[in-house]
Design a protein around this ligand. Structure first.
Ligand code: DGP
Length: 120
């Protein structure tokens, strides 16, 4: 799937749409999800144009990949999520219901999150 530069997160990265920013560095922007599924629901996105984890893991540089993973950990630590815990999730493609075609990692926290995934 080719990257669509009109997707919502590309527009946020270009400053065309607002977001509630949580964190930013050279490689990464993080902001609150517009439709939170937990008391803490943060999205961490690379600044580069990658459709999903599939694209990111195949094409991103080691620095971009390290930057994103380190940002997730840093955000979680800065927000005191290490204890009591948090969950990360990244949807790729149809079966996972990926809605926005710019790679993003969800961070969920702030309540007991149950086990793994819905059976529905
Ligand atoms: P996914 O299904 O993994 O592609 O999740 C996309 C998430 O993006 C979903 O939890 C809602 C969130 N989202 C969609 N549009 C916007 C937006 O304009 N701003 C913010 N902050 N989040 C958005």
């Amino acid at each position: 799937m080719a990257y669509d530069s009109t997707n919502i997160f590309a527009r946020i990265l270009r400053g065309e749409l607002p977001c509630k920013k949580v964190y930013e560095n050279e490689h990464v922007l993080a902001f609150h999800d517009i439709n939170p599924q937990a008391p803490v629901h943060i999205l961490v996105i690379p600044k580069g144009a990658y459709v999903s984890l599939d694209d990111f893991s195949a094409k991103a540089s080691d620095a971009e990949i390290a930057g994103l993973v380190r940002a997730v950990g840093e955000i979680a630590r800065a927000r005191g999520l290490t204890e009591p815990g948090y969950r990360i999730l990244a949807n790729h493609g149809r079966d996972a219901n990926q809605e926005v075609p710019h790679f993003h990692v969800h961070i969920f926290a702030g309540r007991p999150l149950g086990r793994m995934i819905s059976k529905a």
